[in-house]
Design a protein around this ligand. Sequence first.
Ligand code: CAA
Length: 240
Amino acid sequence: MARVALVTGGTRGIGEAISKALKAAGYSVAATYGGNDEAAKKFTDETGIATYKWSVADYAASKDGLAKVEADLGPIDVVVANAGITRDAPFHKMTPDQWQEVIDTNLTGVFNTVHPVWPGMRERKFGRVIVISSINGQKGQFGQVNYAATKAGDLGIVKSLAQEGARFGITANAICPGYIATEMVMAVPEKVREAIISQIPTGRLGEPEEIARCVVFLASDDATFVNGSTISANGAQFFV
Ligand code: CAA
């Protein structure tokens, strides 16, 4: 039986590449999305991957949605917490709403996605939790106090989950992508983006598939002893 993988925010950007790569690696994949029905339909038409719509910021909706995925595909073995948003503003201009929205989606969203499937992983003595963090959780970023806080928080989540899950055959790891060619990065003002690219020694943005391949590795049996780790994939822009 194919293992079941769930990817939040799995129909666009890095998440889309992750969903496709996991399918190509033989997983039975479910991709969630928050709002863009049109993109989700296009994604399913192209890939045949089932999509599910809920807000990761909502615990009850996540729990119900995850139960539906498990009823359709079977118990979730691999959970990729990828869904994330930006609400960039310099701190002095950042509103409480901009802070809260990012915390609810990017940080609480990870809790809401992993917590409901964790007991099943413990019972079955197997699980893979993969959280998509960011270079900006490692180094901070002008205009991203909210986002950087959540992405740094992701690293605390996986280091703690790794310790709790290890004796149950569960691993929890993070990936910190650098600047990847997605809509999120393309939304950064062009001048700012050009300045960022000039700081990447590889001389280019990353490709979503370059992150997806890291996910496929962490999900695999080859990565059994990799637990609580962070893979940085950033073109040498930043080292921890
Ligand atoms: N470093 C230092 N100073 C900066 C700066 C920077 N990176 N960016 C702007 N400033 C300065 C400006 O020069 C300006 O200074 P002056 O007032 O002296 O002229 C001042 O800060 C205010 O700048 P703006 O008027 O441009 O500020 P703004 O309110 O328009 O907001 C911003 C600017 C929204 C923060 C914009 O700079 C921005 O979008 N930055 C990009 C942030 C970023 O990297 N986001 C990543 C998105 S992709 C992602 O998140 C994926 C991932 O994981 C990597």
